[in-house]
Design a protein around this ligand. Structure first.
Ligand code: NDP
Length: 401
């Protein structure tokens, strides 16, 4: 019987659990653990009410490797699904190695004191996982995650060679708040305010945050302004598909979001270095998180759709070809199904699918893997069956910006 431990009772963790219980033949025994057990119990109660299924809950500080390893051993699980925060990644990987179990996450490790997005720290675990005969799957969310799989799928079925890759992340939803982030505000704002890197002709090109804006007409959403950003999957994709000459990432933001963010940055509220306040050190961005709406509560009021996908230009049978592979997800439908908005949903479903493929043995290996290193077909198939159907269309021409 497969036993799995999910760590992190936030917006994404809630979706992972609600989706896992729908596949009881694969996820026979589920435990949800987090920093505060009452959050796990709330999710467990929602699952019980919606499906009648009982899951176990536990309290653990995932930064405490000994305590986490003891919990893994006590539960006897074979896989840990990490949907806590990126700060915990290395400690959870250490606990998995100590207990001899497989690992999955949805975001690359970040040190707390510097907003640095790179896989180097986690790739450094390759040898240890390989020697232990264990598998660590990195970035099984939507972006990273599904966007890596779309790229691998295009390479396998749609294009002989990929020359350019543009990942377009559009949230056309409206939550009715003046300013709120769709997932953990601290993680989201660190990412959005970081310098932009993109891959061009064999090297990283750096430009200032939010300095490249383009309008784009998204399927099912309409025209939105998107901004070029750095996103971690660019690093693994250009490593594993070195033929890619240019790789960029774009995300939509409304004018109100940009206006608030500019003011917050200008007054120092997005700083991640400690400042003294009334004799105590505080991190301004962590204080800001405490006063912003909780992303987990936005589901009730969010309306509209997300559209996330890849536009890839390359060659097929000797001719230039451009393909657009994307998913459209409706916030209200997600809320009706699992009680969460689409941003948590689009992350939680792929985490569940990655876990299902590992537990069923369809995806296996020894070492540390990014998603594009595995066969995209069973993952693409499960996306269609479990709430994130995709479409692939040929475009008349490549992007002209
Ligand atoms: P939340 O902040 O809503 O949830 C994080 C949860 O982790 C909280 O319940 C928190 O506990 C718990 N936690 C934090 N620290 C610890 C710790 N030391 N030990 C145990 N539990 C801890 O975040 P989200 O659900 O929005 O995001 C979860 C993850 O998903 C993040 O890593 C995020 O970067 C990633 N993500 C990935 C995406 C993708 O497409 N790949 C998209 C969106 C998110 P508490 O409630 O007590 O604070």
């Amino acid at each position: 019987m497969n036993k799995v431990l999910v760590i992190g009772a936030g917006g994404v963790g809630s979706v992972v659990i609600h989706k896992m219980v729908q596949l009881s033949d694969i996820f026979a025994d589920i435990t949800l653990a987090s920093r505060r057990i009452f959050k796990c119990d709330e999710i467990a109660a929602s699952v019980k009410e919606r499906t009648g299924v009982t899951i176990k809950t536990a309290e653990v500080d995932a930064d405490d490797v000994e305590a986490l390893s003891a919990l893994i051993d006590k539960l006897g699980v074979s896989l840990v699904v990490n949907v806590a925060l990126p700060y915990q990644d290395l400690n959870i990987m250490d606990a998995c190695l100590k207990s001899g179990v497989n690992y999955l996450d949805t975001a690359n490790y970040e040190p707390r004191d510097v907003a640095k997005f790179e896989y180097s720290w986690q790739w450094a675990y390759q040898q240890r996982f390989e020697e232990a005969g264990l598998m660590a799957l990195l970035g099984s969310g939507f972006d990273p995650g599904v966007t890596n799989i779309y790229t691998a799928y295009a390479k396998k079925h749609l294009l002989d060679r990929i020359d350019t890759l543009d990942i377009l992340d559009c949230n056309g939803g409206d939550h009715g708040q003046h300013f709120a982030t769709n997932f953990n505000p601290e993680i989201n704002i660190r990412e959005v305010t970081a310098p932009v890197h993109h891959w061009e002709k064999g090297e990283w090109v750096t430009t200032p945050a939010m300095s490249n804006k383009q309008p784009f007409d998204f399927p099912a959403v309409g025209e939105k302004n998107m901004y070029q950003m750095y996103h971690e999957e660019l690093e693994s994709l250009v490593k594993h598909l070195p033929e890619i000459k240019r790789a960029r990432f774009w995300m939509t933001f409304g004018d109100a979001y940009i206006k608030h963010l500019e003011v917050l940055q200008n007054v120092g509220m997005t700083r991640i270095d400690p400042v003294m306040y009334e004799g105590k050190e505080i991190i301004p961005l962590q204080f800001l998180k405490a006063v912003l709406p909780n992303p987990g509560d936005l589901g009730k009021t969010t309306k509209g759709k997300t559209c996330i996908g890849n536009i890839m230009t390359g060659e097929k049978d000797g001719k230039e070809k451009t393909v657009y592979v994307y998913n459209i997800c409706d916030h209200e439908e997600c809320f009706a199904e699992v009680g969460s908005q689409a941003v948590s949903y689009t992350t939680g479903v792929p985490a569940m699918i990655g876990a299902a493929l590992m537990l069923s043995g369809q995806w296996s290996g020894k070492g540390v893997f990014n998603m594009e290193q595995l066969d995209p077909d069973p993952f693409m198939d499960m996306l269609n069956k479990h709430g994130l159907p995709w479409e692939a269309h040929e475009l008349d021409k490549p992007l002209d910006f």
